[in-house]
Structure formats: structure tokens, C-alpha cells
Design a protein. Structure first.
Length: 426
């Protein structure tokens, strides 16, 4: 079966999915295409003039992809992106398929693909990206990914076969990520010295040993977890020089989003956009689904903060606390997209939890999370086995003119959105 026929079949399947409100068909068309032709992606990309950008890392992939897409489109470029978070090879194939014309061509300037950490080596076999942006590596789904050292090792091996056309955009503040640029064409982003904390305490840190020699690293300053100004006193490896460390517009709250914005800014400059063009375009930025997205439900505002591992949870919690949140919903699931092992909740930090007026806990592992909160000696929480009931109870007790903040794991975020918007994403 030729690629053109696969494209037409995929579009038909996607349309059926949408009509039946079964999602947007973001993976099945690509799965079928790759079953019939394993090289569907590479063939479609190679015969077009489209520039390819891959974005990988534990946290921030979807937000960074959306930041870059927003800036490019606001400046007149045509862009495709795997928007729904379908970041495996089949999701990438679906994106290529559904955006191809009925003549089998890709009439776009750029293709932006967020990529699953485990899938990156496989995807690099099927693509020759112009840019590969790597954000960070944190513990996430240990039952599936393993430790961050394993992922970094697999990436390093895969990068040995990168095309000369590929430029790496790397986080200088993450030791494992920064080391991947060794002897490769690389540019680095990171925080400025004034943005680091003077507190050198590292919470939920995952990379504290030198990726070159194994000696324990010295951190002169930290942002959060193991991100910071680091150095190895034994072999001399240290944080690389940063290309850009400041930006004037931050359309999203939280220190962790400064990394996403700085990385997007650096890449966009390599694509020829000026600082002024980037700033103007990001004034029109809207958060991706579940990433500080605000949704109105029953005439009240709900803001979602995807929190899927210790670092993302800690950063979400810190951000909403700084925003003055009073009512909080925690949703903990243990499905395949979340990771079956929920022991990570004991690595999260809940400082000043007593300041919250109301905390509602729900999800598949509601009682595991309730026990975690109970150990903070917070007794005002309520538990609900039914997610719908939990959300509606939170809306009912939410004080007037306040926002309800929800911190869900990945599958939980999709469920929450389905309840409050009435439709599925995936």
C-alpha cells in the first residue's frame, strides 16, 4: 500500500474518531501506517522541505513545543505539532499523516515533535532533525524508564549517529543534559545567577554525580532538584557557558517554566526570529492542555497543573502556593501513562500545607495520597473515590472569586478535562 493511500485512510479514521467523540485519532492512524510501512515518517519528511524540531525531556515538552509553535505562527510560518501529547512513534506518524495533503505532501515550514524519553533513540533512526532540544531528566515512571542515568546513556549512544545538520539545544543547568553536548554541535540555555536560589538544599535531586567521572558534584547555586550551577572538582567538568539566561516576558508562572521559555527563545533565535518578534508573539500564548490551562466550569475558574513526578509536583505546589491558592484538588492515578509505582509521592514536599483552607483528594490511589497528606498533620482534607464527585464538591466549597487548583497525574488530567469540558483529547 502506497503512502498516499495510507494518508487518505488515516484521515478517514481520524474523522470517524472525532464524530463519535472517541478522541482525535492521534495514534491509531500512525500505528496502521507504521505497520504497513515502518519508514513512513522518514519518507514523508525527506521528500519535503520542512525543518524538523524534536523536543525531549521529563518535564516541559508540551509547553515548550507550544511556545515555539506560537512564536513561529505569529510570525507567519506554517507549523505542525503533535499537540495532543502523542509522543511515541505512532503519534508522530499520525501527525505527519493527518497534516499531509491529499496529494501526499507536507506544505509546512516546520514540524515540531515532542518525544517520549524512551522513544527518542528509536525516533532518531527515522528522522534527521534540524534541532534537538533537551530540557531535563528527572525520575519519572521508574517501572518503565529506569533511572535517569540509563536514559542519558541510551541517548548518548543514539547521538553518536546524529546527522551533522542537527544542532543540540541543551539545558546547561542539568548535568546529565549538559554532558550530552560534549564534542557535538551544541548551544546552551539556563538561568542567570540572580535567578538561582541562595539555598543550596536540593529537593528530589536525581543527578548529583559527575556524568563523566562519577565524582559527587559541587553545586554553587541551585534552582530546584539538581538544576543549578554545578562543577566537578575531580575532572574539571562544569556547567557550560549559557547563550541566553534572561527574557523579559514569562507568560507562565513558576521557575520551572522559565527554563521552557528560555529554551524556546534560544531555538527561535536560531530560526531567525528577533528578540522583539519573540516577545510580541508570546503575548498571544495560550497554555497547552493541563499545563496551567484555565477552564471555566459551572461559572467558576479551574486551573490545571500537571504533576506527574516529584519534581513537577514540587514545582506545581510551590507555584500555586505563591499564587495564593486556598482550595486544592490532588488526583493520583497509577495507570500506564502515570507509572504503576506511586511511591514517588513520598519524595514530594508539602511546606506550609496548613495554609490551604480546603484539600480534596481523589483518583485511583486516593488513599495513598491521603496518607501522604496525613503525615503532614493536615486533617482538613476530604477523600472521594469518584472523580466527578470530588470536582463538584470542590466547586461547591470554593470561595467566591477564587480559582480552584487541580494537581493531577497524566491520566487523571485527561479525566478531569473530560469532566469539565465534556470531551476527550486522546
Amino acid at each position: 500500500m502506497g503512502n498516499l493511500l495510507l494518508i487518505l485512510l488515516g484521515k478517514l479514521l481520524s474523522k470517524i474518531f472525532r464524530v463519535l467523540n472517541l478522541g482525535n485519532g492521534s495514534t491509531w492512524p500512525g500505528h496502521i501506517a507504521l505497520t504497513v510501512n515502518p519508514h513512513f515518517i522518514s519518507q514523508q519528511l525527506q521528500k519535503s522541505k520542512i525543518k524538523t524540531i524534536l523536543i525531549a525531556g521529563t518535564n516541559g515538552k508540551t509547553t515548550t513545543s507550544t511556545l515555539i509553535r506560537t512564536a513561529l505562527e505569529e510570525n507567519g510560518k506554517k507549523v505542525i505539532q503533535n499537540q495532543s501529547g502523542a509522543n511515541l512513534l505512532n503519534g508522530m506518524a499520525s501527525t505527519v499523516m493527518l497534516n499531509s495533503s491529499n496529494q501526499g505532501k507536507l506544505p509546512y515550514d516546520y514540524a515540531i515533535f515532542e518525544v517520549d524519553e524512551n522513544a527518542l533513540p528509536q525516533i532518531l533512526k527515522e528522522t534527521k532533525p534540524d534541532f534537538l532540544l533537551l530540557l531535563n531528566l528527572f525520575r519519572d515512571q521508574l517501572d518503565r524508564y529506569g533511572e535517569v542515568n540509563s536514559i542519558a546513556k541510551n541517548w548518548n549512544t543514539a547521538f553518536d549517529k546524529l546527522s551533522e545538520r542537527t544542532t543540540l539545544i541543551l539545558n546547561a543547568d542539568d548535568p546529565q543534559i549538559a554532558y550530552l553536548g560534549n564534542k557535538r554541535k551544541s548551544l546552551y540555555f539556563g538561568l542567570g545567577n540572580s535567578q538561582f536560589s541562595t539555598d543550596k538544599t536540593q529537593q528530589a535531586a536525581d543527578s548529583v554525580y559527575c556524568p563523566k567521572c562519577g565524582e559527587k558534584l559541587i553545586f554553587h547555586a541551585t534552582a530546584f532538584s539538581h538544576l543549578g550551577d554545578w562543577e566537578c572538582k575531580k575532572c574539571g567538568l562544569k556547567r557550560p557557558k549559557v547563550e541566553n539566561k534572561k527574557f523579559t516576558i514569562y507568560p507562565l508562572s513558576g521557575l520551572y517554566n522559565k527554563y521552557n521559555i528560555l529554551s524556546a527563545n534560544l531555538l527561535l533565535k536560531q530560526l531567525g526570529l528577533t528578540e522583539e518578534e519573540i516577545e510580541e508573539s508570546l503575548t498571544h500564548f495560550k497554555p497547552a492542555f493541563g499545563r496551567q490551562e484555565v477552564i471555566t466550569y459551572k461559572k467558576k475558574q479551574i486551573q490545571l497543573f500537571l504533576s506527574k513526578n516529584p519534581t513537577s509536583f514540587n514545582q506545581s505546589y510551590t507555584t500555586i502556593k505563591d499564587l495564593g491558592a486556598s482550595t486544592l484538588v490532588l488526583v493520583l492515578n497509577d495507570r500506564i501513562p502515570d507509572g504503576r509505582d506511586v511511591s514517588w509521592i513520598w519524595d514530594v514536599d508539602l511546606p506550609e500545607i496548613g495554609k490551604f483552607k480546603n484539600i480534596i483528594i481523589t483518583g485511583d490511589r486516593v488513599y495513598d495520597m491521603a496518607l501522604r497528606v496525613k503525615y503532614e498533620e493536615y486533617k482538613k482534607f476530604q477523600t472521594f473515590e469518584n472523580l466527578d464527585e470530588a470536582i463538584n464538591k470542590a466547586i461547591e466549597i470554593l470561595p467566591p472569586n477564587e480559582t480552584l487548583y487541580i494537581l493531577p497525574t497524566y491520566s487523571a488530567m485527561l479525566e478531569v478535562r473530560k469532566i469539565i469540558t465534556g470531551r476527550k483529547i486522546l
